[in-house]
Ligand binder design. Structure first.
Ligand SMILES: *Cc1c(COP(=O)(O)O)cnc(C)c1O
Length: 406
């Protein structure tokens, strides 16, 4: 992988017409270590957030020894990169053949469920393979309510009374029993975790089963951009969320219970930026070479404001407009699909033109992992960058939350 000091150098050296991912392994390791130093339990990185081999490798080097996996492919990828690492198979709904593969081929012994039929599948596999159920920890996923950029609580999780039944059923079957939840992604209200802890406490108090572990899931927020023309929105830092969570864990009586977290976004968001090129400027519209079917779907659906830097092409000698003036541009994606128009503008210097580049920051989470091959556009070029996106002068633009008039 080619290495540069910053994205501007990379853009001017390569003059790329296709999107380029700028990987920052040192930032990734730093954010990972910071999370691990703050969380009082085991950190299992959620592979779905960004399962690139370079990411898994850097995380293993940073000291991650556990990974939250959801599919045979994720399991194989982790095993190939970090053969010693523990894997937690936390997708609550699985094909029976995948459960068998996980237990038999990969020796996985931590698994999540949220329905009695999943217990039936698991029990069948355990019997067929003649495994002692006491060697397996089964986490019962509890339904939670909350506010997140992404709400996953509606899709998965057992209601509290069902969770009690599942826990007891598993214990009777000889399994070790844990409780888990996942409150969604980009949580900005620490009450969300407390409500989930209260549910876990309710379940524990009514279950006969001994609860041997608690998994608080992911959802920890990453830092993104904000509209510089407005007051920075009040948002708790990771440190504040974590110290509140640690307090709530003790308060709800889980202080002595072994803990697990499954962070994704908070660890990997800052580790990548993306260089895109303006293929055409048409008035206040920019047609770029990426879009919602490639790297930008998360910021689109999650209504996330990403910081952006303008990288003017020095070959453009004459420009119109005022370079100090930052104005909104509607952004059209690369594909021929009419949906592929970002719902939010990019705010950039008025002088931006056809042929310029834009570096979009903090895009490591759910960008590469969600890209498609639609229309034959599949960004897959990587460079390594030595300095953080935030190094140097403040970004002059951003991909905003503001709605704009057409
Ligand atoms: C997606 C997911 C995560 C990671 O969520 P982030 O918001 O990226 O931290 C963790 N656990 C489960 C079960 C998930 O589905």
């Amino acid at each position: 992988m080619q290495r540069f000091d910053n994205a501007r150098e990379a853009a001017l050296a390569l003059r790329p017409d296709d999107p380029v991912y700028c990987f920052r392994p040192e930032v990734l390791k730093q954010d990972c270590r910071e999370f691990m130093s703050m969380f009082p339990g085991k950190t299992a990185y959620a592979v779905k957030t960004n399962g690139e081999k370079m990411v898994l490798k850097a995380l293993a080097e940073a000291g991650v020894t556990a990974f939250d996996v959801a599919s045979p492919q994720e399991i194989a990828d982790v095993r190939a990169i970090a053969p010693q690492a523990e894997m937690l198979y936390m997708h609550p709904i699985k094909a029976q053949s995948h459960i068998r593969l996980a237990l038999e081929e990969y020796g996985i012994r931590v698994i999540a469920i949220d329905h009695e039929d999943e217990v039936v599948k698991l029990t069948r596999v355990v019997k067929a393979l003649d495994i002692d159920p006491a060697s397996i920890t089964v986490f019962v996923r509890i339904q939670t309510k909350g506010s997140a950029a992404y709400e996953l609580s509606k899709k998965f999780g057992a209601g509290p009374a069902t969770a009690v039944e599942l826990a007891d059923r598993l214990a009777r079957g000889g399994f070790k029993v844990g409780l888990c939840f996942h409150v969604g992604s980009q949580i900005e209200d620490p009450d969300t975790y407390e409500r989930a802890l209260a549910s876990a406490d309710w379940v524990r108090n009514r279950a006969e089963a001994e609860i041997v572990a608690l998994d608080v899931g992911g959802g920890f927020p990453a830092e993104y951009g904000h509209d510089p023309n407005r007051k920075k929105p009040e948002m708790p830092s990771l440190g504040q969320i974590m110290s509140r969570l640690r307090g709530d864990i003790t308060e709800w009586g889980f202080g002595e219970t072994p803990l697990v977290a499954e962070p994704g976004r908070v660890i990997v968001a800052r580790a990548f930026s993306l260089i895109v090129r303006v293929l055409l400027r048409k008035g206040r519209r920019l047609y770029i070479n990426d879009g919602i079917w490639a790297s930008l779907s998360d910021s689109w659906t999650g209504k996330i404001t990403l910081p952006a830097r303008f990288i003017p092409d020095p070959a453009i000698r004459h420009r119109n407009g005022d370079k100090q003036k930052v104005v909104p541009f509607r952004v059209c994606g690369a594909t021929c699909d009419s949906v592929d128009i970002l719902s939010r503008p990019f705010w950039l210097p008025e002088t931006v033109d056809t042929g310029d580049w834009i570096e979009i920051g903090h895009i490591g989470a759910y960008s590469l992992s969600l890209r498609t091959r639609f229309n034959g556009f599949y960004p897959d070029t990587f460079v390594e960058i030595a300095t953080p996106f935030d190094a140097g002068a403040a970004p002059e633009g951003f991909a905003s939350l503001e709605t704009m008039a057409d």
